[in-house]
Design a protein around this ligand. Structure first.
Ligand SMILES: Nc1ncnc2c1ncn2[C@@H]1O[C@H](COP(=O)(O)OP(=O)(O)O)[C@@H](O)[C@H]1O
Ligand SMILES: [Mg+2]
Length: 361
């Protein structure tokens, strides 16, 4: 703990908890705190039911921290946590500390018909590109679509959907304080990028899950036909915990055609199998390289790999997206390729149709 963090901790020990009986540190409210270059961030753990009442405490905490020497900027975030205030959250955590929690009393996931986890074993294979374009394609096909960017360490929805720099606000809806998602290309989107000031977040495991949980359950999604989740890359405990908590209707696994990537795709299928979540299909990304000058296509990584793997695993191949500069550029520019016309856009529309056909079968 840095000097400033310990000073902050002492100051916070003088702020009263909601009950008025204890201070917030003794009550186990402090989930995480970090101090860097004059920027102090704290996360307070609350029961979602307390969200509104707790705003007063949050403001007290913010005020207290702002007055500390050397602190220029403060961010105090409330994170939904099931821990009862009387028990320190650290003792109450389940065996799997990564597991996110559905708030108590939450009415199932009635707000959405189909939750789809878009997953990949490794970063950089185009998971976010596929997730966003799939969401945009479904929206253009008339579906009510949400996109939850659950990749806390590398959020990309804000850039891909042209929402960079936006800050989410909360709204009072049916007695609950909910985060308002941003809508872009007909897709309601939620990302950690809308909640924090700086780039990738370096929270520790349980906080990550708390934040994802909040972005799922405490968002004013309205009614959705489909919620696409851009999962964090990997097939380890955090991903498993998240999949168990969210219980998607099914998963879509993104892979590139190289052998190594295929081995990872297999791991992904195995992971979802462990928690009885069906893999609805594979998507091959960067399948062939399309030359931007002459339009000819080149099998740089070999061809047919994902199709063969899909056959072996007995899951459908939903589609193949080529490596095409327009796909990258449209992503960087925040204008998803699926929002326009052309062969690259068509591919995502066909992936979306194939997915819907499976969901509605
Ligand atoms: N089919 C594609 N053609 C060209 N560039 C792509 C394609 N798919 C992804 N990219 C680019 O590759 C990079 C990584 O993609 P991204 O979707 O962020 O991957 P992930 O979410 O798996 O880390 C981005 O710059 C993206 O624009
Ligand atoms: Mg990504």
């Amino acid at each position: 703990m840095s000097y400033s963090e310990s000073v902050a901790l002492k100051a916070l020990a003088k702020v009263q908890d909601l009950s008025g009986k204890r201070d917030i540190v003794a009550a186990g409210r402090l989930g995480d705190m970090s101090f860097q270059d004059g920027y102090l961030r704290a996360i307070l753990l609350i029961d979602p039911k307390e969200a509104e009442a707790f705003e007063v405490v949050r403001l007290n905490v913010e005020e207290t921290l702002k007055n500390l020497d050397g602190v220029e900027r403060v961010s105090v975030m409330l994170t939904a946590h099931k821990a009862a205030p009387e028990i320190a959250p650290r003792q109450k955590r389940s065996a799997n500390p990564h597991q996110a929690r559905r708030p108590e009393g939450y009415q199932g996931d009635a707000f959405v018909d189909h939750v789809i986890a878009v997953s990949s074993a490794k970063g950089g294979v185009g998971k976010s590109t596929i997730a966003v374009n799939l969401a945009v394609a479904l929206a253009r096909q008339g579906k009510k679509v949400g996109l939850l960017d659950a990749d806390i360490h590398g959020p990309s929805a804000p850039i891909l959907l042209g929402l960079k720099g936006k800050r989410a606000v909360t709204v009072e809806t049916e007695g609950r304080r909910l985060i308002k998602p941003f809508e872009s290309y007909g897709v309601k989107a939620m990302s950690i990028g809308f909640l924090t000031d700086d780039g990738p977040v370096v929270w520790r495991g349980p906080m990550v899950q708390g934040a994802i949980s909040r972005m799922l359950w405490d968002v004013d999604w309205g009614h959705l036909d489909v919620l696409i989740i851009d999962m964090p890359p990997g097939t380890g405990d955090p991903q498993l915990g998240l999949a168990q908590d969210i219980k998607p209707r099914g998963a879509v696994i993104v892979s590139t055609p190289q052998d190594l990537a295929l081995a990872d795709a297999r791991k992904g299928v195995a992971m979802f199998g462990k928690v009885d979540i069906p893999v609805l299909g594979l998507v091959e990304n960067m399948s062939v390289f399309i030359c931007p000058d002459c339009g000819s296509s080149h099998d740089i990584f070999g061809t047919g790999g994902v199709k063969a793997e899909a056959d072996k695993l007995n899951v459908p191949l939903l589609g193949q997206a080529p490596l095409h500069i327009s796909i990258r550029e449209s992503g960087d520019n925040g204008v998803p390729i699926a929002s326009g016309e052309g062969p690259e856009s068509d591919i995502f529309h066909s992936i979306a149709q194939n997915l819907m056909a499976i969901l509605l079968a």
